[in-house]
Design a protein around this ligand. Structure first.
Ligand code: ADP
Ligand code: 5GP
Length: 206
């Protein structure tokens, strides 16, 4: 990790576990920004281009894959493609902000491997029954889709040990404080502070 690398916070976990909700909590902190992913999924009515996603065609997506323009990418639910453009890192460096990635488990494992200084946070529902209730209450998915999401969640939960932190998202207030604490604490890693520490040492004549 070099001093010019942004702090990358990877927030991942099963669909419905509360990733989006907790990412919003991190983004309440100053000097944080969301990485805008590319996807081949069509936009929902509430989504405008370039805020949540760059909505692109499958041909454009595959072109970006070929040119190595993604930090990570994955086909989610065996349907649509999603990827984090490498240029999100440059944007965060230029803006001097910490970069938050809200991505699926396959992508999180890739990103963690490529960015050794990144911090991977696993968001877990308190139980399978709670996850099912939340997905149903969100009212976004068909019965078929709900069953697929639950089966996939079962498999994704087995990857917990690849992450640095686990948030059990039962009480939202506490879970929100925990993700903010992880973000703030990660900023204080010695490796991230070296430049500043050296300056301070200089003032001691060191
Ligand atoms: P994800 O981004 O992982 O798919 P969301 O953040 O969309 O999950 O959360 C799924 C649903 O669960 C949403 O309706 C959200 O309001 C709700 N939710 C999130 N966290 C909690 C919590 N701690 N307690 C109860 N409901 C929650
Ligand atoms: P949705 O279609 O509901 O917005 O997202 C579906 C899933 O794709 C979610 O789990 C979300 O976190 C994940 N996702 C969003 N962007 C990316 C990305 O850039 N890469 C990967 N691997 N997953 C993503």
């Amino acid at each position: 990790m070099s001093n010019s690398d942004p702090l990358v916070l990877i927030v991942s976990g099963p669909s419905g576990s509360g990733k989006s909700t907790l990412v919003q909590k991190i983004l309440e902190l100053p000097d944080t920004m969301l990485s805008v992913s590319c996807t081949t999924r069509p936009p929902r009515k509430t989504e405008s281009d370039r805020k949540w996603y760059n909505f692109i065609s499958e041909a454009d997506f595959q072109g970006m894959v070929k040119r190595g323009e993604f930090l990570e990418y994955a086909q989610v639910f065996g349907k649509n493609w999603y990827g984090t453009p490498r240029k999100a890192l440059d944007i965060a460096v230029a803006a001097k902000k910490d970069l938050v990635l809200e991505i699926d488990v396959q992508g999180a494992l890739q990103a963690k491997q490529k960015l050794s200084g990144s911090v991977a946070i696993f968001v877990m529902p308190p139980s399978c029954a709670d996850l099912e209730r939340r997905i149903r209450e969100r009212g976004q998915d068909s019965e078929d889709e709900i069953q697929r999401r639950l089966e996939r969640a079962r498999q994704e939960m087995l990857n917990y040990s690849s992450y640095d932190f686990a948030i059990i998202n039962d009480d939202l207030d506490r879970a929100g404080k925990e993700v903010q604490a992880i973000a703030l604490g990660s900023r204080c890693r010695v490796a991230r502070k070296e430049e500043r520490i050296r300056e301070i040492l200089k003032s001691f004549g060191g």
